[in-house]
Design a protein around this ligand. Structure first.
Ligand code: PHE
Length: 455
């Protein structure tokens, strides 16, 4: 019986810890660094609206599917998918879905660590008072100075990879439980402080609000819609098995629907607050929203440079952001590590060291694409751009599509009813309609639209 299966990697000590860990996975650079800049590049309001629709119609139901499959399979995503497929008399080839996820996590982590390295650098930069009374030009100059220095970037990237790998090698539970319990709420409070600062810019705050929430569909291209969907998957850590692997350490008493709703809500709230903190600063300082990967690093230091106690709050903010990145990073490589432990019988330490070194190496490609290789492009994208596009906009939605199809069509209804433990009433039916029809078709239509097949 599936309900007797236990994970060889251990179990969360309580359902709160699962909630915290999964929220820790979801909330990260995706909310604070990526969401604002991708929204900024895609014209604001209409992008944000599509993003929220994707969270509700695809994100929440697919997250429920992932947690359910993880808890049922209790192994790395690859083995979970294989085991469940066989149990349901379906093709073991479903394990390739697990592979897709492991590879996506691996690729994402390679650049994620580079950007997390920037936040590490900014702890010291803000702490040292580098931005006191700075102008927009000063702040931009300092950002460019950092990204144009590959050696410094390499040092930070290496440090971040080491920290992450060490924790993963000790087993996810012990390190994570403490970190998320206190640090995530603290980050949230600091974000509120930053939004408070943004409100003090008066008219500019309203301009930021309008930019984020007044949909102007002329600004949105098919690729922008694809980016909004990709961002929804990325931000919720969906479509690659991160949430699945965390679900595999979950006990049977937790309500999956409730968990998916609260994680998605918290994640979206943090992204919105980040936008509300950042866009007013963009307008107040005569910048434009399309600052690409540098947006956060070119705006928030302006706030810290001008508010009382700014160096302290700035250093604390970037420290907490680095923590948030770290709790996400762990979940990016955990599926791969769990797989090596299960299938090659490696120790956790050895498996983490292997994965960590390979990701580190690949990350150097992204690191160089911000400086020496910035002119080397393929399809108009740098190495970083390409890895990001491939993972967020293609691999994660594709993974999510198959997770939806698997949990809605392939898995026997009796299995999902049993696993959710909420009967087969209205809530269950709604979920079933979303994973069977709405989510898969939405992904396919957005894909087709983006490659121009529907125009
Ligand atoms: N959701 C994380 C963030 O927003 C990134 C992530 C993506 C983590 C996919 C795990 C899996 O920063």
């Amino acid at each position: 019986m599936t309900s007797q299966r236990t994970s060889i990697h251990g179990q969360w000590s309580s359902r709160w810890i699962f909630l915290l860990a999964a929220t820790g996975s979801a909330v990260g650079l995706g909310n604070i660094w990526k969401f604002p800049y991708v929204a900024g590049e895609n014209g604001g309001g209409a992008f944000v609206l599509i993003y929220i629709i994707c969270i509700v119609l695809m994100g929440v139901p697919i997250m429920m599917g992932e947690i359910m499959l993880g808890r049922r399979g209790r192994q790395s995503p690859i083995n979970t998918m294989r085991t469940i497929a066989i149990e349901e008399d379906k093709s073991p080839r479903w394990q390739y879905l697990g592979w897709l996820g492991v590879i996506a996590g691996f690729l994402i982590m390679s650049y994620y660590s580079v950007i997390a390295g920037w936040t590490l650098a900014y702890i010291f930069r803000t702490g040292a008072g580098m931005f006191a009374e700075a102008t927009a030009e000063n702040v931009e100059g300092l950002f460019n100075q950092l990204v144009n220095d590959p050696e410094r970037l390499l040092a930070w990237h290496t440090l971040f990879m080491v920290i992450t790998t060490v924790v993963v090698s000790r087993g996810v539970k012990s390190g994570l439980e403490q970190a998320v319990r206190f640090l995530m709420p603290a980050l949230f409070v600091l974000l509120l402080v930053l939004v408070g600062y943004a409100i003090s810019t008066g008219e500019y705050f309203n301009q930021g609000l309008r930019f984020m929430f007044e949909p102007n569909f002329d600004q949105l291209t098919a690729n922008g819609v694809l980016a909004a969907m990709g961002q929804a998957f990325f931000s919720l850590s969906l479509g690659m098995g991160a949430i699945m692997v965390y679900g595999s350490y979950l006990n049977r008493q937790t309500s999956i629907a409730w968990a998916a709703l609260s994680i998605s809500f918290a994640d979206t709230l943090v992204a919105m607050l980040a936008g509300l903190a950042i866009f007013p600063l963009v307008f107040a300082n005569g910048l434009t929203p399309d600052q690409s990967v540098g947006l956060v690093f070119k705006t928030l230091p302006l706030a810290f440079g001008h508010m009382p106690g700014g160096s302290f709050f700035g250093a604390l903010f970037f420290l907490l952001l680095a923590f948030a990145a770290w709790t996400s990073a762990i979940s990016l490589i955990e599926p791969a590590v769990a797989y090596l432990v299960e299938n090659l019988g490696m120790s956790r330490v050895k498996a983490s060291a292997w994965i960590g070194s390979m990701v580190w190496l690949l990350g150097i490609g992204s690191l160089l694409s911000f400086n020496h290789w910035s002119d080397a492009t393929l399809f108009g994208m740098t190495f970083f751009g390409l890895v990001d596009y491939l993972t967020s906009n293609i691999m994660l939605p594709l993974g999510g599509l198959f997770i939806a199809v698997f949990s809605g069509w392939v898995l026997w209804r009796s299995s999902s009813v049993e696993e959710f433990d909420m009967g087969d009433g209205l809530g269950y039916r709604l979920w079933l309609i979303l994973v069977r029809f709405v989510a898969p078709f939405a992904v396919i239509i957005i894909f087709l639209h983006a490659i121009g097949a529907l125009n």
